[in-house]
Design a protein around this ligand. Structure first.
Ligand code: HEM
Ligand SMILES: *[C@@H]1O[C@H](CO)[C@@H](O)[C@H](O)[C@H]1NC(C)=O
Ligand SMILES: *[C@@H]1O[C@H](CO)[C@@H](O)[C@H](O)[C@H]1NC(C)=O
Ligand SMILES: *[C@@H]1O[C@H](CO)[C@@H](O)[C@H](O)[C@H]1NC(C)=O
Length: 333
C-alpha cells in the first residue's frame, strides 16, 4: 500500500476507471456476447430453436444446406447475412453467384425471421438468425453443438463476384485452401475440422466429374480418387462429364448423420472433391485427419464446435455498423 505514495490513491482510481471505460467502449462496438438479446428480445433464441426442432425433423437435409450457407455467408464480407440478399438492381448478389448451386432454405430463414420480428420488431439480425438456425438444425439432426454468441448486425452489400473470389472451389489444392482460410483467420486445423461438415449433405456431379472423366484433359481419372469408387460413381451416378443434375451423397449411406465417416473416406481416397483429397496430400493436414479418426466422436464434436464458433466471428458487424434488416432478402430502405 505504501508504494502507492507518489502515484496516489486518486491517481490509481483514475487509472482503473480509465481501464474500465476503455474496455467497455471497446466491447460496446467490437464484440459478440452470449445472450445478446436477453433483455431486448428474451425469447429470440427459444423461438428459433422451437421452430427448428418442430420442422427440421421433416426436412433433415436442410441442416446441411444451412451450415453451408453460414460458411458461405461468413467467408464473404463476414457473417453479416449478405448471402441472404436478393438481387434487386445492379450486380447479382452472392446467392445468385455460381458457387450457390444447391443453396436452398431461404424461405425457412424468412419464416424464422418473421416469427422473431413478430415478438420484437427490428431487434434481431438476420445474421444471428442464420447462425442460430445453423447450430440448432445441426443439433436437431444429432450433430455437434457449439456456442453462438450473438450481436451480429446485417450488411448492406452483397456481390456475386466476391462470392467467386472468396469461396474455395472444389478443385482447390491444399495451398489454395490454406491461403483462403488463413485470410479469414482460420488455420490448417480449422480447415481440416470444418471440412468434416462434408459428412452430411450432397453434391452435384458437376462439382467433381472432371475427376472421373477428364482430369488432365486426356480423358483420364484423378489418381487421388479410388479407382473402384470412381468406377461405381460413373456406372451408377454421374454417367457423363456433363451431368449437371444428379446429386451424390458425400458420405454415402449416412448423409444425414454427423459422424467421422468423412475422415475414414479420405483415408480410403474416397473424398468426393479435390479439396477433400487435398487434406491427405499434406503431412500436417494428414496428421490432423489421422488424429481425428483415432479419437472419439465426442472429442471431434467439441473441436468442430470450437472452429464453428471461430468461423461465426469472421468479420462480424457489431454496435452501430450495418443494420437490423426487416426482411432478410432486402436491405432496409
Ligand atoms: C474447404 C473448402 C470447401 C470446399 C472447396 C467446399 C465445396 C463444396 C462443394 C463444391 C459442395 C457441393 C455443392 C454442389 O455440388 O451442390 C459442397 C457442399 C457442402 N459443403 Fe462444402 N466446401 C468447403 C468447406 C465447407 C465448410 C467449411 C462447410 C461447413 C462448415 C461445408 C459444408 C458443406 C455442406 C454441408 C455441403 C452439402 C450441402 C447440401 O447438402 O445442401 N463445406 N461444398
Ligand atoms: C445460383 O446461381 C446461378 C448461376 O449464376 C443462378 O442462375 C441461380 O438463379 C442461382 N440460384 C439461386 C437460388 O439464386
Ligand atoms: C477433355 O479435355 C480436353 C482439354 O480440355 C478437351 O479437348 C476434350 O474434349 C475433353 N474430353 C471430354 C470427353 O470432355
Ligand atoms: C427473394 O426472391 C425470391 C425469389 O427468387 C422470392 O421468393 C422472395 O420472396 C424474395 N425475398 C424478398 C425478401 O424479396
Amino acid at each position: 500500500m505504501k508504494k502507492m505514495g507518489r502515484f496516489g490513491f486518486y491517481g490509481a482510481l483514475l487509472f482503473i476507471l480509465g481501464l474500465v471505460l476503455a474496455s467497455s467502449i471497446g466491447s460496446a462496438h467490437a464484440q459478440l456476447k452470449m445472450g445478446f438479446y436477453s433483455k431486448s428480445c428474451p425469447k429470440a433464441e427459444k423461438i428459433v430453436q422451437d421452430y427448428v426442432n418442430k420442422h427440421i425433423p421433416n426436412v433433415p437435409s436442410l441442416a446441411a444446406t444451412f451450415i453451408r450457407m453460414h460458411f458461405h455467408d461468413c467467408f464473404v464480407r463476414g457473417c453479416d447475412a449478405s448471402i441472404l440478399l436478393n438481387t434487386t438492381s445492379g450486380e447479382q448478389t452472392e446467392r445468385q453467384s455460381p458457387p450457390n448451386l444447391s443453396l436452398r432454405g431461404f424461405d425457412f430463414i424468412d419464416r424464422v425471421k418473421s416469427l422473431v420480428e413478430a415478438a420484437c420488431p427490428g431487434v434481431v439480425s438476420c445474421a444471428d438468425v442464420l447462425t442460430l438456425v445453423t447450430r440448432d438444425s445441426i443439433v436437431a439432426t444429432g450433430g455437434p453443438s457449439w456456442k453462438v454468441p450473438t450481436g451480429r448486425r446485417d450488411g448492406l452489400i452483397s456481390r456475386s463476384s466476391e462470392a467467386l473470389n472468396n469461396l474455395p472451389p472444389p478443385f482447390a489444392n491444399i495451398n489454395t485452401l490454406r491461403t483462403m482460410f488463413a485470410s479469414q483467420g482460420l488455420d490448417l486445423t480449422d480447415l481440416v475440422l470444418l471440412s468434416g461438415a462434408h459428412t452430411i449433405g450432397v453434391a452435384h456431379c458437376s462439382s467433381f466429374t472432371n475427376r472421373l472423366y477428364n482430369f488432365t484433359g486426356r480423358g483420364d481419372e484423378d489418381p487421388a480418387l479410388d479407382r473402384n469408387y470412381a468406377a461405381n460413381l460413373k456406372a451408377r451416378k454421374c454417367r457423363s462429364i456433363s451431368d449437371t443434375t444428379t446429386k451424390v451423397e458425400m458420405d454415402p449411406g449416412s448423409r444425414n448423420t454427423f459422424d467421422l465417416g468423412y475422415y475414414n473416406l479420405l483415408l480410403k481416397k474416397r473424398g468426393l472433391f479435390e479439396s477433400d483429397a487435398a487434406l491427405t496430400s499434406n503431412s500436417a493436414s494428414l496428421r490432423e485427419v489421422n488424429k481425428i479418426v483415432k479419437g472419439s466422436v465426442k472429442d471431434y464434436f467439441a473441436r468442430f464446435g470450437k472452429s464453428m464458433e471461430k468461423m461465426g466471428r469472421i468479420g462480424v458487424k457489431t454496435g452501430s455498423v450495418g443494420e437490423i434488416r426487416k426482411q432478410c432478402g432486402l436491405v432496409n430502405s
